[in-house]
Design a protein around this ligand. Sequence first.
Ligand code: BEZ
Length: 255
Amino acid sequence: MSKVLHDPAQDWDPKAYVSNAAFVAELGEPLLDLLAPKSGERILDLGCGDGRLTAKLAGRGPAVVAVDASPDLIAAARQFGLDAHVMNGHDLAFKAEFDAVMSNAALHWMKDPDAVLKGIFRALKPGGRFVAEMGGQGNVARIVAAVGRALLRRGHPADSGNPWYFPSVDQYRAKLEEQGFTVKEITLFPRPTRLPGDVGGWLDTFAAPFLSVLSPAERKAARDEAVAELQPVMTDPSGVWWADYVRLRFVAVKL
Ligand code: BEZ
């Protein structure tokens, strides 16, 4: 996997995000149950996106601070009245001030997990918990392979623009423990995810950095090829598109 750091701040369109990614917050709700937030707690939401899940978290009673690298998404999150700030997850600026850190569907955009976990550990109070869900090993593997093939056909290594980090249980447990966390639970499970449209909308919303190694003219052709290739393997008999999401979910504690 490339060690190049993708800039998670780039090119997020909150309107497209609502149309193509509303399920991110909806399907993230079980994480709130796992987090079990309480009134009186102060919780950081790392990679809050457009703030939909953060607003639900705040509705359960704790004081919430939300951060995301994208100014556009932070502007959208502030519309929910959230205390939201532009901040890169590789460079968190907090020290021993949170009872918990939550993160949903964001950590896989951060390709230097050691820097991210160091900042989370520092941000937590002693006893604080880190509860998160991210793409894990094998996540959206069909999509990654189809985009990779489109890149290869144009003379680029299949992984050259891959902006995602999808670790296994063992890899991420080791990363957490290296930074000092005690891992209470960590699981990897498939979560086939119904898309609101075809995979073209998904690619437009999420995969622009992956295709950005191509010229603008090549990008459109590569995207359309990937959609055509994926249609037989990602649609059910009624024509609904399903993505092969695999989640890595964990609870870790700073003892
Ligand atoms: C995910 O939530 O697993 C995901 C979202 C966008 C791009 C890649 C993965």
